[in-house]
Write a protein that binds this ligand. Structure first.
Ligand SMILES: [Zn+2]
Length: 325
């Protein structure tokens, strides 16, 4: 039994079809929220949206975030720990060259600045800004930025660390004027939202005509999900309420009145996803792997997925969606 109150969600948010179980007995390996969780996939082959059923109620959803990483201080993420066991300096030098030769460095740079380098700077809102690391980088490109996040301690960090204009709360609580922003960004936010079309409709209202919405989210159709199945990092129950592929993410964006919608996938940070997925797999199966093998596998898989994307462009670990008002 879960410690959170939940509500049953038998039908698809997008097309109303029944859902069929994709995974049962999922556990929160990341932040220890109690309960066994189930993901369902829409039975309509044209749709294939994936969602959590049952979902935490709106009232209890904040309890799923009590130990969440936006509460932690900067550099508290565990992703570099593996690298300390190898010759980090030699690795970095070699990998830098390889990243350049394979074009992956360019992709990482694009992702670091949230695909904004090609646009003329203007007014930008980041929804789910956390401690403001991304917003601070975007400001360095010349954008006039502000952010919102439901997490009060993360917002305080954004204000204190980077002197950013950041607010605590939901977008609907702030009530921005219409036609106010040139760009709205949502980095790994949409999968956490119980009513995504409602949020995106409000984004549409406050964007200027010609303004852009840019989102990233885990890709349920990715090679990593196919490889790791129920251990895949992108599932993250019970915080990820919906899991999208390119077409379901485009559909939810179109439901919110956006017409010009473009999606692509990227493997720019797939190494992180593979490492965390393998951690979970090891925890669940008891299989051990020495640190060097562990690191080599995740590193090689990132290059493999990048190579794979040339032939099968929908298999990257993350979806990047750009929609224009
Ligand atoms: Zn559906």
């Amino acid at each position: 039994m879960s410690s959170l109150c939940t509500t049953s969600v038998p039908h698809c948010y997008l097309c109303g079809s029944q859902g069929t179980p994709l995974y049962t007995d999922l556990v929160d390996h990341l932040f220890g929220v109690e309960g066994n969780w189930q993901l369902k996939i829409c039975e309509n082959p044209e749709c294939q949206l994936v969602w959590l059923d049952p979902m935490p109620t709106l009232e209890d959803l904040p309890k799923a975030y009590q130990n969440y990483y936006t509460h932690q201080i900067v550099n508290a993420l565990p992703s570099k720990t593996i690298l300390r066991t190898v010759d980090f300096f030699a690795y970095r030098k070699f990998n830098k060259l390889l990243l350049k030769l394979t074009g992956m460095q360019k992709q990482r740079m694009q992702k670091n600045f949230f695909f904004l380098k090609e646009y003329t700077p203007g007014r930008l809102l980041d929804i789910g800004c956390g401690a403001g690391h991304l917003l601070n980088r975007i400001r360095q490109l010349g954008w006039e930025v502000e952010g919102i996040d439901f997490d009060e301690s993360a917002v305080k960090q954004a204000q204190n660390l980077y002197n950013l204009k950041a607010y605590t709360g939901d977008l609907k609580d702030i009530v921005y004027p219409s036609d106010n922003f040139d760009v709205i960004t949502l980095k790994h936010v949409i999968e956490h939202i119980p009513d995504p079309a409602e949020l995106l409709k409000e984004c549409y209202r406050i964007l200027k005509t010609g303004g852009r919405l840019i989102m990233t989210t885990p890709n349920i159709q990715s090679w990593g999900h196919q490889r790791f199945q129920q251990y895949w990092r992108g599932l993250e129950p019970p915080r990820h309420l919906f899991l999208y592929n390119c077409s379901t993410l485009a559909a939810v964006t179109k439901k919110a009145a956006f017409e010009k919608v473009h999606t692509q996938t990227t493997a720019a940070s797939s190494e992180y996803t593979f490492a965390r997925s393998m951690d979970t797999q090891r925890k669940c199966t008891g299989k051990t792997l020495n640190q060097l093998k562990f690191f080599s596998k995740t590193w090689l898989w990132e290059y493999y997925e990048n190579w794979l994307l040339r032939r099968r462009p929908t298999l990257g670990e993350e979806i990047v969606l750009v929609a224009q008002k």
